[in-house]
Design a protein around this ligand. Sequence first.
Ligand SMILES: Cc1cc2nc3c(=O)[nH]c(=O)nc-3n(C[C@H](O)[C@H](O)[C@H](O)COP(=O)(O)O)c2cc1C
Length: 174
Amino acid sequence: MLTKDVIAAIEQRCSVHSFTGEPIPEATVGRLVEAALRAPSAGNLQPWKLVVVFKDEVKRDLAGACERESFIADAPVNIVVCLEKGKSEQVYGPEGQVYQYQDIGAAIENMLLAATGYGYGTCWVAAFQEDKVSQILQLGGDLRPVAIVAVGNTDEKQEPVARRNAEDVVRIIH
Ligand SMILES: Cc1cc2nc3c(=O)[nH]c(=O)nc-3n(C[C@H](O)[C@H](O)[C@H](O)COP(=O)(O)O)c2cc1C
């Protein structure tokens, strides 16, 4: 059952860096995955593959491939978002290189917001050794792991962190 509307989820989402380890129902993880798959993508190419990791041993290995994020092993699930290499470029040429990462980012953010809606903490982790993650998950050469999304319950006090002022980053043209 969703507990937050989308605006509340956007306002309240923040990264967490510890998890209680309490399991998440697989059906809920399925909803998070569906949220990712609903993301917009250039030409609706959906240049992504997701690897959903519940297995402790594999989560530990993934944590070991991260720079500092050992806490992801404590999350009940790690969702590894992979780029299907070359898919966007085949259609859009060099522009596809830019589009594909926008697509992946949209899918990840959808998942984070859905998880926030369900009351779970998340961390989007990209600081990992790509070759190690590929090896751990036995990814083919056509896939590039782009992010590991750790999801689960947390005891952390979740407080949104400060952002740059709108006046500094927004230009309005009337
Ligand atoms: C592309 C990207 C990569 C990130 N990689 C990491 C990471 O490797 N480790 C980590 O702890 N957080 C990572 N984060 C989370 C950011 O540090 C976090 O979003 C930022 O500090 C703002 O905090 P907030 O998410 O609580 O609003 C990443 C976020 C993004 C968008």
